[in-house]
Design a protein around this ligand. Structure first.
Ligand code: NAD
Length: 350
């Protein structure tokens, strides 16, 4: 079957292969820095966006979520899953794809893989936030949980925050060995640790990025000293947290979108009116971030739709210079918009 070209409205599609080519062309450090800039720009215009907690469909094994937002000109959404048991079956814990559309016509303008892009955007967001909250001159990060996201996190903190040492720990030593191997030769001092206590030694930044569908205790209260910045990534679902509650009570807590974080983040363990600070206000300079060097700052990260929107916006701009995409014939768009049936007839005739 063939269609006349005028019956098509082609949509650029960035496949996994294209995304890998983009990463290799642009360079992962440049890409992480670029993503961090786009995300920061969008945090600075936070009030312009439609915002809603993501729409989650929970099952015993995991969650499937839709994450929509719009800035009034462009609409975006991401489809993402979170299935901690998947790696045991040789599958990813998190996979995703996403779309941007033109608000004026409603037509999609970009469809993209987002499994790699989610790892990049999560890392870029973490590092951008740490730039505002971590102790000045921080050089060492503990990286607890050495799965799919972990190398991206380490490289983003190196590129955006200037850390030079990562101390790795995972409950599964093979994951730590994998991360250490992947990070070798990138200018980072990589130290594989066999306990979480060893991993946090001397670390000014602690990233927790584990996957377990329970109220886990990755950090206990006595492990967290004054002045550190905690970047808590893995607690991102009801009933799925990483930090002992007492840590939260000693920390200044910073969140993306409180309405979503109260459902999904570490703060689900606290009273619903426990004070938290919205990051966009810190980034705009409307409120203070870190105020002294004994303060424990906590980024209770769950991942918000605007970060995916920024990431897709970044990719849409990049494919203008790096033509790593194909045009996808995914919209029926006849010349006479009311003659949709005519397309069926024309396809039979040709
Ligand atoms: P993954 O399954 O690839 O890796 C998770 C790692 O955690 C595994 O290596 C596992 O062995 C380790 N682990 C589990 N329990 C542990 C423990 N008690 N101590 C130390 N290590 C432990 O998952 P991933 O793709 O790297 O994602 C990690 C987490 O981050 C997931 O929970 C995911 O939902 C979350 N995530 C959050 C965001 C966000 O924006 N906040 C984005 C992406 C992923």
């Amino acid at each position: 079957m063939t269609l006349t070209p005028s019956d098509k409205a082609l949509v650029p599609f960035v496949s996994v292969d294209h995304m890998l080519q983009l990463i290799n062309d642009i360079g992962i450090e440049t890409m992480l820095k670029g993503l961090a800039e786009y995300i920061e720009q969008d945090f600075k215009r936070w009030p312009q966006f439609d915002k809603t907690p993501r729409v989650a469909s929970h099952s015993e094994d995991g969650v499937i979520e839709l994450m929509p937002t719009s800035d009034g000109q462009t609409y975006g959404f991401k489809y993402v899953n979170g299935h901690p048991k998947n790696t045991k079956e040789g599958l990813q814990t998190v996979t995703a794809f996403g779309l941007l559309a033109d608000v004026y016509t409603g037509y999609p303008v970009l469809l993209s893989e987002m499994t790699l892009l989610t790892a990049l955007r999560t890392a870029a967001t973490s590092a951008m936030v740490a730039k505002h909250l971590a102790p000045k001159g921080a050089k060492t990060m503990a990286m607890i949980g050495n799965g799919a996201q972990s190398e991206f996190q380490c490289l983003a903190f190196q590129a955006v925050c200037g850390i030079d040492t990562v101390r790795l720990y995972d409950i599964d030593a093979r994951a730590t060995q994998k991360a250490a191997r992947n990070l070798a030769g990138r200018g980072l001092n990589v130290i594989a640790c066999t306990t979480p206590e060893a991993a946090i030694e001397g670390a000014e930044i602690i990233t927790t990025c584990t996957a377990d569908k329970q109220y886990a205790t990755i950090l206990t209260d006595n492990m967290v000293g004054a002045g550190v910045h905690i970047n808590a990534i893995g607690g991102d679902c009801p009933g799925k947290t990483e930090l002992q509650r007492n840590i939260l009570l000693r920390s200044s807590i910073f969140v993306e979108y409180p309405e979503q974080t109260r459902i999904e983040g570490e703060i689900q363990q606290l009273d619903p009116d426990h004070p938290v600070t919205e990051l966009w206000q810190v980034i705009l300079g409307e409120t203070q971030g870190r105020v002294d060097n004994r303060q424990i700052t906590l980024f209770d990260s769950v991942g918000f739709a605007i970060e995916d929107f920024s990431a897709l916006r970044f990719i849409r701009d990049q494919i203008r210079d790096h033509a790593h995409f194909i045009d996808l014939d995914m919209l029926a768009d006849p010349d006479d918009p009311r003659d949709l049936f005519g397309m069926v007839l024309r396809s039979k005739a040709s």
